[in-house]
Design a protein around this ligand. Structure first.
Ligand SMILES: *Cc1c(COP(=O)(O)O)cnc(C)c1O
Length: 395
């Protein structure tokens, strides 16, 4: 059996997304910046896509900017808020230790440019509190950036409460909603979100398309310079096929959100219950306050990479953390931030489901993982020491 359980890394494009994209290659291929009819037709597609995103986010369509993905949206959001802050002499940015690297590495770049960054610690349940944010805001804070849902452990952050704290303090609030969009309800007005990032390929849309929402009155700075596309804030001929596919996928995900969550939650919980029965295993992140499709578990005494390779041999595609850190031997910064010791963080497995996964695939995962964990432990010198009592078990 082949099981794709790495939907937090990327998803298959849906039929709906593909159907929305195809006409944009050979029929409606005009450049939206052209004055002629083919250009105008492409422009209409672009604006319809913008309105669809705005509709589901409860946002003003003028606040929607299309980008090349979640990473670009994150870069542009942080740089825009930082530029605005610098104008007012406010050069402190508040974020968290478990953000995606698109945020963390942009913050590192801003630090080199003279900004000061505070990264909040992550509580043991993987949920940052609004109180933590309130206490860390300073008079010179220009931006708070806290992700909506974490990409590795799936925990959902109290975005509305953080939004309220930021609004009361007069500080801009950005949220990386790449894992949440299409999976959790988002209302930028009610949640008091000033800026928000989205990526289409995390909800069955195409890769290479993102959205940056910015509330009216927040001037964006360019990350890409050139033509006057996207009100001059994002140069380059718009990726009309991608944008149309993204909008169709977002619409589909939002319309079916409750049904998908109701389908996925019991499958997720079945995996969590089954896999945490393996001795010396631990669930990462709160059991309930997490994305409907996210499971992340550490198994003591094994290497996550070995587990992944053996799972792959059995047809199961999973991850040990984020796709961005795999390939390096460092354990996940998210699991370390959560307080897992290095040895434990190394033995992590992330299974991320989508509504395309079938119940029998869950059974197959549950049949397969325990045997592979035992096999790896039998070969592991570390496990041998733990079992002989030469080292204490950490979980
Ligand atoms: C995938 C992801 C990104 C990056 O999005 P791309 O479209 O791949 O650039 C950013 N943040 C989070 C939380 C993600 O999961």
């Amino acid at each position: 059996m082949n099981v794709y359980a790495d939907n937090a890394a990327t998803t298959a494009a849906s039929d709906t997304a593909l159907a929305a994209m195809l006409p944009c290659f050979q029929e409606i291929y005009g450049n939206p910046s052209s004055l002629h009819t083919p250009g105008q037709r492409a422009g209409e597609k672009l604006e319809a896509a913008r309105e669809l995103f705005a509709h589901h986010l409860h946002a003003d369509p003028r606040g929607i900017t299309f980008t090349s993905g979640g990473s670009e949206a994150d870069n542009q959001a942080l740089r825009s808020a930082a530029a605005l802050g610098a104008q007012k002499g406010k050069k402190h940015i508040l974020s968290t230790k478990f953000e995606h690297h698109a945020i963390l590495h942009t913050l590192q770049a801003l630090e080199k440019e003279g900004f000061e960054v505070t990264l909040l610690d992550i509580p043991a349940d993987g949920v940052v509190t609004a109180e933590q944010v309130r206490e860390a805001i300073r008079p010179d804070t220009c931006l708070v950036s806290v992700m909506f849902a974490n990409n590795e452990i799936g925990t959902i952050q109290p975005v509305s409460e953080i939004g309220a704290v930021c609004r009361a303090a007069g500080v801009l609030f950005h949220t990386d909603a790449v894992q949440a969009a299409g999976h959790l309800p988002i209302d930028v007005e009610a949640m008091q979100i000033d800026m928000l990032s989205i990526s289409a390929h995390k909800f069955h849309g195409p890769k290479g398309v993102g959205v940056l929402y910015a509330k009216r009155g927040i001037p964006l700075v360019n990350v890409i310079y050139g033509g006057a596309q996207e009100r001059g804030k994002r140069a380059g001929t718009e990726n009309i096929p991608g944008i149309c596919g993204a909008a169709a996928a977002f619409d589909e995900a939002c319309v079916n959100m409750e049904r998908n969550a109701a389908y996925l939650t019991p499958l997720r919980d079945k995996l969590i219950t089954g896999l945490t029965q393996i001795p010396h295993s631990i669930l990462n992140g709160d059991a309930k306050r997490r994305l409907p499709g996210n499971v992340n578990i550490c198994f003591e005494g094994i290497e996550g990479e070995s587990l992944l390779l053996l799972l792959d041999e059995k047809g199961i595609a999973a991850s040990s953390g984020s796709a961005c850190t795999s390939g390096s031997l460092d354990p996940s910064h998210v699991l370390l931030a959560l307080g897992r010791p290095h040895e434990v963080a190394h033995g992590s497995l992330r299974l991320s489901l989508s509504e395309y996964n079938r119940p029998e695939e869950i059974d197959y995962i549950l049949e397969t993982v325990p045997g592979i964990v035992s096999y790896l432990r039998d070969m592991s010198p570390v496990w041998d020491e733990l079992e002989r009592g030469q080292k204490p078990h950490l979980i």
